[in-house]
Design a protein around this ligand. Structure first.
Ligand code: SF4
Length: 227
């Protein structure tokens, strides 16, 4: 497997936010979101066997706990990733998979919590979500929309309502997009959309979603990797 980094931090942006978590970041992505903050994962990385990845996870979190598989787009390495996720589950880990939903998700083990980041138009990768993946969503999964303006918000609201997401999954998350040229300020000034504005739109429409903030970018310098 091609791995960009494995590190321990706090989970930053889901209903698991705030929990200690080991992140396994796989190298490579087939999308190019305009606000992407992990472009360093597109290339390079280190070749590791699933056994080596498992050993490193276990050394960082020996007694179970939360593991997030992320990228890049981790499902590009599905052939080795699926057995690794099954192994982690067997050993008692709770496994989250962060994915754009552009690749098929039907082979993801049922016990894995999928956090599916459906791209809005402002990402310049709108329409990348594979609609068949809606059928793979289960009541423990989460769907996230990263929102940079009013058009993104309208897209996220309509997608949520049209596909009854609130009835399909554990949580629908609306998160303000973050500037990829973020200054060191650990506050909302780096958001492309003011969280207060997003909150007001959500309240006006009584939209069945929760506001999500990337808490790791409010705790540490937003430019830091590996946190
Ligand atoms: S899918 Fe994720 S890693 Fe890929 S370009 Fe978009 S934000 Fe970056």
């Amino acid at each position: 497997m091609q791995i960009t980094e494995i590190y321990k931090s706090l989970q930053g942006e889901s209903t698991y936010a705030g929990l200690p978590c080991v992140f396994v970041r796989l190298t490579g992505c087939n999308l190019r979101c305009s606000w992407c903050d992990t472009e360093y994962s597109f290339h390079g990385g280190k070749k590791m066997t699933p056994e080596e990845v498992f050993d490193e996870v276990q050394s960082l979190s020996p007694s179970g706990g939360l593991i997030e598989i992320t990228g890049g787009e981790p499902m590009l390495q599905e052939r080795e990733l699926v057995p690794l996720m099954q192994w982690l589950l067997r050993e008692g880990y709770k496994v989250l998979l962060e994915t754009s939903g552009e690749r098929p998700l039907d082979r993801v083990p049922a016990a894995v919590v999928k956090i599916v980041d459906v791209k809005c138009p402002g990402s310049e990768e709108g329409d990348s979500f594979r609609m068949e993946n809606l059928e793979t969503l289960t009541p423990h999964d989460e769907v996230k929309f990263v929102i940079s303006d009013r058009a993104d918000y309208a897209f996220a609201r309509e997608f949520t309502l049209h596909h009854s997401l609130a009835h399909r999954v554990n949580a629908v998350l609306f998160s303000p997009a973050f500037s990829k040229a973020a200054s060191g300020a650990r506050d909302a000034s780096n958001c492309l959309l003011d969280p207060q504005q997003l909150a007001e739109w959500m309240l006006e429409d009584n939209v069945p979603a929760r506001l999500g903030l990337q808490i790791h970018k409010l705790i540490w310098d937003p430019a830091l990797k590996g946190v």
